[in-house]
Design a protein around this ligand. Sequence first.
Ligand code: ZN
Length: 263
Amino acid sequence: MQPRRELFPHVIEMNYQARRRLGCCVYLVFDGLEWALIDIGFEDTVDEIIELIRQMDFPLAHCRYLIATHADVDHIQGLRRAKELLPGATIVGHPSTQEALAKGDRILTYAEITAQGISIDLPETRIEQTIDEGQTLTIGGLTLQVWHTPGHAIGQLAFRMGNLLFSGDNIYRDGCVGNIDAHHGSDLPEFIISLERIRDSGVEWLLPSHGPVFRNDRALLQGTIDRLDKYQHMADFGTCAVDWPLLDQWDEELARGFEPRQS
Ligand SMILES: [Zn+2]
């Protein structure tokens, strides 16, 4: 038997539970006999995670949901194996996550990053029920409010439970955000709106999909929003930018002609 190391009442995170790093954060939300997992991570850690859950005396037949925060392979690769071990659970995620996994989209999910020689298995996985902004998920007597928070990924979801937000890849404790990448469907204006929503939500704790749990600190959020606001007008993230003022300046200078003494 394993002791249950709750981070907050009704919430266990499996890396914290194991006291070592398994992969992305895997949150176990439970009430009474019923429970659910938010993300599952890579396939090679699934058996160990489910065994730890069994050792904590959670009945495997009472897993209600396997929740995908978004379609990235490091979050969802293990879903098919988890469903084999937890056949009573329903796999849920955003419609765009459902579409990406139905198509086996290896670019959008980061299964394939050709330029870096990354090519990993993306098992056929079916999101059995779609969830979106404004809906709720019930686990025992608990309610998770579904937030659609696009920016990092088109289908990025977050889940509010009281003063906690399972915040996905929106922001981490050091102020970094989930990868900004045009091929991944990242959108800087939407990312900023998602971060402003988190900043203004009144939620006290953020439970991210990578790294430690941290407080929802206004200054931290604002620093990240300001950085992403700059990126909207810089070349750093290519077609994710909304404009690039340097080109407008150049237009004016081209019309005048180059003059070394004035440059
Ligand atoms: Zn991630």
